[in-house]
Ligand binder design. Sequence first.
Ligand code: B12
Length: 159
Amino acid sequence: MQVLCMHVKMKSFLLIFFVVTLFQFVVPTYTAADKAEEPSATISYTLWLNPDITKQESLNITAPNGTSFYEVMQLAASLNPNFAFQAREYPGMGHYIFKLAGQEEDLVNNIYWMIFKLTDLPDPTNPPSDDFLTPVGVDSIFINDKDIYLFWYKYVIFE
Ligand code: B12
């Protein structure tokens, strides 16, 4: 009787062990600790508020690696109202920023918000050339650690 009882206990133990092991493989646990270890990126985000660069504003933003710049802009706006913006959506290309930091694009004088990805922190005494303009809009820019972005309210010369 005692042997039979032991046998049943052993069987149930093995069954529970098997189910627990299987469950761990099928449903990986995602704990807060894992989340904290998610690779994050700290980027520098600067606004040059006029074409002559006499006013500027800067923020460092930390977000998960691969976050879109559009989401970074939303985060920046929630942290600092000077980074508030307005955008129009274009199918296939995403958001186009027409107003930022209270400054709306000026179609008469051709002043627009243009975004640059730089290799060094922006320096008003040495503004970046158009070579540093991003080739895509804010929804298609995905951040990596130590990236440096500049949105410049800039004169654009159409050729
Ligand atoms: C003119 C133009 C601009 C003008 C638009 C203002 C104006 N009043 O004209 C200015 C110089 C401001 C501009 C800015 C930018 N542009 Co642009 N632009 C063009 C261009 C040469 C013609 C668009 C056009 O007039 N089409 C004809 C009209 C009738 O159609 P439309 O749909 O109404 O056009 C509007 C949209 O295209 C919008 N628009 C213009 N550029 C961009 C960029 C993005 C990402 C979005 C969502 C919308 C958008 O403005 C146009 C006028 O209202 C195109 C190239 C092309 N040949 O299409 C590039 C083009 C659309 N631009 C491009 C880019 C990358 C940008 C910038 C992101 C560059 C930068 N690094 O700053 C910025 C936008 C930044 C922001 N504020 O969000 C890329 C988009 C690539 C992509 N798939 O994302 C294109 C395709 C050029 C290229 N091949 O690189 N642009």
